[in-house]
Design a protein around this ligand. Sequence first.
Ligand code: KMH
Ligand code: ZN
Length: 276
Amino acid sequence: MTGTLITVAPTGAESSKAAVPALPVTLDELVVTAKECEALGAAIIHVHIRDDDAKPTLDQGRLRATVAGLRESTGLIVQLSSGGSVTDPEADRLAVLDAGPEMASCTMGTVNFGDDVFLNRWEFVVELHTRMQERGIVPEYEIFDLGQLTTLQRLLSSYGLPFGGHVHVDLVMGVPGGMPGTAEALVACRQALRDLPEGTTFSATGIGRSTIPVMLASLSAGGHLRVGMEDTVTYAKGQPVESNMQLVARAVGFAQLAQRPPLSPAEARALLGIPA
Ligand code: KMH
Ligand code: ZN
């Protein structure tokens, strides 16, 4: 079994800076976080950005500056979120690809998202997938529910493999409206992955209280890990997360215990079919 690919998702679009002061929201904060997480063992950074008021934005200038800043200061694989926030229009989400990341997320369907709806129409998913193929951007297919793996199968059989030829999915578990963050749900996804191209890899993240069960289940099932304050703002009962580094350090510890130490960014690029 290979080592563990660790993705850090440091910011997200859902938590406010006022409620979670440790959230990195400026480019400087993001770069410092990225450098420290890379030193600990992260290989990918999944990026959402904020404006001057710390509100989620898909501003093209900021996205480009973020990609450039992270490339200059780290060796991490920069994965921009094409999911944005639930209110972002499709055109802005597609334009994320213009900022030239190595990777971008690509969600496989619409899902209730707490009190909101995270809309991902089939035609929109196809557009994201095919634009990424054309531009040499490697997708991470985000899976919020079991049936979205069947949608991914349909997408790949109708429109072909992603750029680089390797398929990587991220199971986002425990979102209210999606699949639960349990070992049973992860095993069900693991079984369904057998219908995808040989060599397909997966990571998993559990929102909130499901963070630890999902990490342990993913490592046991041969999966990789995504951690960060996008998904987890409480470290343990009554203990707010102090930093993204705290979450990455815990993931690295679990990966080492599983005898699957963290992959370097270069090893991660080789695994995911991303040119060096
Ligand atoms: N913020 C969520 C609505 C992604 O980054 O691609 C969508 C999300 C998924 O976080
Ligand atoms: Zn995200």
